[in-house]
Design a protein around this ligand. Structure first.
Ligand code: HEC
Ligand code: HEC
Length: 350
């Protein structure tokens, strides 16, 4: 049984139990040979998730179906692009090294693909919050003409024609039919189970081995709490609000949240991104315009552009010395969760 970051702890516990209760040896043998059960575990200190898996209880079969769909180009018009083409595990499921994403026929969108983790806590999706439920989210990229350019109904027809999917849907939902609701629920399950909470920072907070901060990281954490945490709030490192952090003064290419609300007061506001795994999700910002973390810090100290919707916290920029910026960047690197980035459970092949 592997439970995210607690793998070692659980293994030790199982070994210990086997050792002290020799009378139950047969039962224990059965227990240790159980398949790797998929579980959704709320990490200590995390709030109550938004997604409750209602009518979509976590099972290995549903999760596996969702994983297979996530990596299957069958979801695109010409069977060339999967969700995993733009969302790469090594980049915490962001599109590493791509300023904006490239979809079908190599067409370019206008936004940078964000990382995918801890989505069960999100009450809205996309940089502008244009989608408000994880179970309908995949329809966005599937039907987007510069992403997968397919229709949901045609995907369902393709899945129904596949004997392999017939078996997988039956195993997951116990029915001979294949519906879009089943498909969307299994994909929601795969994404919602992807929890990242085993970085050096998490170990520091939990007082675990491997969680010792040096003086620079500690100073970086303190500076972060003073200057950044009002928007990038622990433990998710986002408060999930929409804000303008001063990347532009005019918003002709992308109006952000205002695209959805049509409210001029929302122009240039984007969903505050989580900073977990930020070291590997470059380039940064909704338009991928900033390449490195050092340059992100330069933006906050000297690059913030004025506009009527600029967040009041950022008017005039944030005053930080070169050393303080370096300390914050060093702290941000403690948010990299290698357990998550390399967990075979989430990878295409395992
Ligand atoms: C062509 C590249 C591309 C493909 C293919 C793609 N995505 Fe994305 N994804 C993006 C981009 C770009 C965004 C940000 C879009 C926006 O804000 O308008 C995004 C956003 C998301 C988000 C929102 C995350 C958040 O924090 O709000 C989720 C969830 C997601 N994608 C899942 C998927 C799934 C599931 C699929 C497959 C059905 C998929 N993506 C296919 C590029 C892609
Ligand atoms: C007023 C709220 C606010 C404050 C304060 C703030 N940020 Fe941000 N941050 C945002 C928003 C909003 C975005 C996304 C902007 C966009 O792409 O349009 C962002 C984006 C980022 C990104 C890019 C993330 C990604 O996935 O592309 C990094 C890194 C970052 N901020 C770090 C910091 C640091 C470090 C501080 C403190 C020095 C800080 N932020 C202070 C709101 C804020």
């Amino acid at each position: 049984m592997k439970v995210f970051g607690y793998k070692n702890f659980v293994l030790v516990l199982v070994a210990f139990t086997a050792f002290i209760v020799p009378a139950c040896k047969d039962d224990d043998n059965n227990q240790t040979q159980e398949p790797d059960n998929i579980e959704f575990v709320i990490p200590p200190g995390f709030p109550t998730p938004v997604y409750q898996f209602t009518n979509n209880a976590v099972t290995n079969e549903r999760f596996e179906l969702g994983r297979k769909l996530f990596y299957d180009p069958i979801l695109s018009r010409d069977n060339s692009i999967s969700c995993g083409s733009c969302h790469l595990q090594a980049g915490a499921f962001a599109h590493i090294d791509h300023k904006v994403s490239h979809g079908i026929d190599d067409l370019e969108g206008i936004r940078n693909a964000p990382g995918l983790f801890n989505l069960a806590w999100h009450d809205n999706f996309m940089w502008d919050g244009g989608i408000n439920h994880i179970e309908v989210q995949p329809i966005g990229p599937i039907e987007n003409p510069v992403e997968m350019d397919e229709t949901l109904s045609n995907v369902i027809l393709k899945l129904r024609a596949s004997t392999q999917y017939k078996t997988l849907f039956k195993a997951a939902y116990g029915s001979d039919s294949i519906t879009s609701q089943m498909m969307l629920r299994s994909m929601a399950q795969f994404m919602a189970v992807m929890v990242s909470a085993d970085s050096k920072y998490d170990k520091y907070i939990r007082g675990e081995a491997g969680g010792t901060f040096d003086a620079q990281e500690l100073n970086g954490l303190n500076l972060f709490r003073q200057n950044c945490a009002s928007c990038h709030t622990e433990p998710l490192f986002t408060d999930l609000s929409f804000r303008n952090n001063g990347l532009d003064s005019i918003f002709t290419l992308d109006q952000g949240r205002a695209t959805i609300t049509l409210d001029p007061n929302d122009e240039g506001k984007f969903k505050v991104p989580s900073l977990r795994n930020i070291e590997v999700t470059f380039p940064y910002m909704h338009n991928g315009k900033i390449k490195t973390l050092d340059k992100v810090l330069d933006h906050y100290t000297s690059g913030v552009l004025p506009s009527t919707t600029l967040d009041p916290l950022l008017v005039g920029g944030i005053a930080l010395t070169t050393q303080e910026k370096a300390d914050i960047v060093k702290f941000l690197r403690t948010l990299t969760d290698n357990t998550f980035l390399t967990n075979p459970r989430y990878s295409e092949i395992h």
